[in-house]
Design a protein around this ligand. Structure first.
Ligand SMILES: NC(=O)c1ccc[n+]([C@@H]2O[C@H](COP(=O)([O-])OP(=O)(O)OC[C@H]3O[C@@H](n4cnc5c(N)ncnc54)[C@H](O)[C@@H]3O)[C@@H](O)[C@H]2O)c1
Length: 352
């Protein structure tokens, strides 16, 4: 494990070790366990077993590797308490285990991939949620966490930026991003319906642009794209004018928030997770990364490429009041620190 990722994992374990005692000796099932976020969740559970838990937790991690990798970029987990299943969450989940925690993180998270695989995107969100909620109806877990997205808000009206959980959204059901936005929205509806009818203890997270070490160079989300191009001496491709804004949450803060919602979030409710500062334009983000790289690369505006879904939200920034007040969460890593660490990880990992 690299020093960078080892530091991140230790920070997370330290931040959540109090709440995490709830997971001691429990069985946790995660879909999408070989993706960017899932790999961190698995690595944190592995370290909690090693360092904190007397009674080890067991993990069942399911992934069909449509974008995930068989090799965990953090740790080579070979442990009898971890089962890595090559499985598709669009199909019913059959297990004899009495699962205590269920996490549905499988999905096509990058716009490039959900444009490439629109049906898989819809089905992984909706059928995946349905199959796992059915499992939950029978096994009665202590908590069920669904990974929704900030994209369910669509392109919010300016008076709703920063966007609170109560904002209903401004989304097209037939737009170029609908396969992602609308399937996450319906999967949220399925979750709250199972909560209402069957008392499944669902919780929903709506992440706002999580980034950090472990993102693939071919992920095509904005941070890895800028870093990978820049490190190879290429200009940083900014879509359109680059005035569209985002906020970026470093992976250690995001994983801490995810565990807090899983363990102590209110049943039946949704939480924004992310970092609310700074809300930054994409041209400015490219300039910031170019300055950190310091190798003469520059941002370069270009038209949206054909393999990228049009209609992206113009502004996106979370209102974090709910998670801050209810779950005692506050993002700790500022953008420059997080970018520097991510750049260093890319340098080491890709030999650039
Ligand atoms: N990372 C972010 O900034 C962000 C933002 C908003 C929402 N999310 C959501 O969080 C979740 C995790 O995101 P991530 O960044 O780790 O994405 P990721 O693409 O790195 O990982 C998703 C994983 O799900 C797997 N998968 C996809 N379809 C599957 C299926 N049918 N059956 C089994 N496995 C399947 C993929 O192979 C991959 O390993 C996703 O649901 C995503 O939509 C992430």
């Amino acid at each position: 494990m690299s020093k960078i990722t080892s530091r991140i994992l230790n920070t997370i374990v330290n931040d959540i070790k109090q709440e995490a005692t709830a997971l001691e000796g429990k069985i946790i099932l995660i879909s999408g366990g070989s993706g960017f976020i899932g790999s961190y969740v698995n690595a944190v559970l592995y370290l909690l077993n090693k360092k904190v838990f007397k009674n080890k937790c067991k993990v069942i991690s399911i992934d069909n590797y449509i974008t995930g990798s068989k090799k965990n970029f953090l740790l080579n987990i070979k442990d009898k308490n971890f089962q890595f299943l090559d499985g598709d969450i669009r199909l019913p989940v059959i297990t004899n285990e009495k699962v205590d925690y269920i996490i549905h993180a499988a999905g096509l998270a990058s716009p490039y991939y959900y444009k490439k695989y629109p049906l898989e995107t819809i089905e992984s969100a909706i059928l995946g949620a349905k199959n796992l909620l059915e499992l939950a109806r029978v096994t009665k877990p202590e908590s069920f966490l669904f990974f929704s997205s900030s994209e369910i808000y669509g392109d919010p009206h300016p008076e709703f930026v920063p966007t609170p959980e109560t904002y209903a959204g401004h989304v097209s059901s037939v737009g170029p991003r609908a396969c992602y936005d609308e399937s996450k929205r319906l999967a949220e509806t399925l979750c709250v319906t199972y909560h209402q009818i069957y008392k499944v203890p669902i919780k929903i997270v709506r992440p706002f642009n999580i980034y950090g070490p472990g993102m693939k160079h071919i992920d095509y989300r904005v941070v890895p794209t800028f870093i990978y191009n820049g490190l190879r001496g290429k200009d940083l491709p900014v879509h359109d004018k680059g005035v569209q804004t985002r906020t970026f949450c470093y992976i250690s803060d995001a994983i801490t928030a995810i565990f807090k919602v899983l363990i102590t979030g209110k049943k039946g409710e949704a939480y924004n997770i992310g970092n609310d500062k700074p809300e930054i334009g994409m041209f400015e983000l490219a300039q910031t990364i170019a300055e950190i790289l310091g190798n003469g690369v520059k941002p370069r505006r270009k038209n949206y490429p054909p393999n990228y879904p049009a209609g992206e939200p113009q502004r996106r920034c979370p209102d974090l009041t709910k998670i801050k007040n209810q779950l005692n969460y506050a993002p700790k890593v500022d953008l420059i620190t997080g970018l520097k660490q991510t750049i260093n990880w890319f340098r080491q990992t890709y030999g650039l």
